[in-house]
Design a protein around this ligand. Structure first.
Ligand code: HPA
Length: 259
């Protein structure tokens, strides 16, 4: 059965990262469209990703949510990985809130720590804008402020009010799907990264090319390779995000309310 969306003027579109899909349960009057019913969308193949575009209200505001994303490690080109951002923009979203699970490089990050992304390193070595210019896109988008300073301030204000500990740092986006080696993590640390993950960067580049305001929150699920003696596995990543999810959900809900 095909569903219809009656989208008016969404306050934000929210991309829910691995294990952070629980926010979708807070969306009131939700209409859910399975990705398989959306032309150009693929079925997510990763545990922890639902695969639905959701429309409803959060924090009293109209929102769109993407529960599940297309990672490049699943074989998607960078442009395809960011395609859902084009869809929510076409539906009227002008603010994009992203979330992801990430390994912690900064030594003081404990599992469960939430981090506002201040900036990123595109170490995927792919750019989703390569190819013929898409009508309406900036051909050479400025990336001086990929993560909107005012939204970042708002996130910190909301976190303070809610009593949520929120750090800020640089996210390094790598292709994956293998986790990093300890030598790679040492390299990333020297390059200025505070966290490392496998998503977000292509989506933010496309969003900026379309003039959307972006903010991203990383859930630090584990110390990156070599920082702790423990090995990393995806189940643990999902488990930690589930624990941190309550704070993440409150943070995003209150941010949306304040937009
Ligand atoms: N590395 C890359 N991506 C991740 C990690 C990590 O350690 N943890 C969660 N996502």
């Amino acid at each position: 059965m095909r569903s219809r969306l009656a989208v008016q003027s969404p306050a934000a579109a929210i991309i829910l990262g691995s294990g952070l899909g629980g926010l979708a349960e807070r969306i009131g009057g939700a209409v859910r469209i399975p990705y398989r019913d959306i032309p150009g969308f693929a079925e997510p193949s990763v545990v922890g990703h639902a695969g639905e575009l959701i429309h409803g209200t959060l924090g009293g505001r109209e929102v769109l949510a993407l529960a599940g994303r297309f990672h490049m490690y699943e074989g998607h080109e960078a442009g395809h990985s960011a395609f859902p951002v084009r869809v929510v923009q076409a539906l009227g979203a002008r603010t994009l809130l992203l979330s992801n699970a990430a390994g912690g490089i900064r030594r003081t990050f404990a599992p469960g720590q939430l981090m506002v992304v201040a900036d990123h390193l595109n170490l995927m070595f792919r750019n989703p804008l390569i190819g013929a210019a898409v009508s309406g896109d900036e051909r050479f988008p400025d990336m001086s402020d990929p993560y909107d300073p005012a939204l970042r301030r708002q996130l910190h204000d909301v976190a303070r009010t809610l009593g949520i500990r929120l750090e800020e740092g640089v996210y390094a986006g790598l292709l994956g799907p293998s986790y990093e080696t300890p030598a790679e993590v040492r390299m990333l640390e020297r390059l200025g990264a505070d966290a490392v993950g496998m998503s977000t960067v292509p989506e933010v580049i496309v969003a900026r090319a379309m003039g959307m305001r972006c903010a991203a929150v990383s859930c630090i699920t584990n110390p990156a390779a070599g920082i702790s003696p423990h090995h990393i596995n995806h189940e643990e990543v999902i488990e930690v995000t589930r624990h941190a999810a309550a704070d993440f959900e409150r943070l995003i809900e209150e941010l949306v309310r304040s937009l």
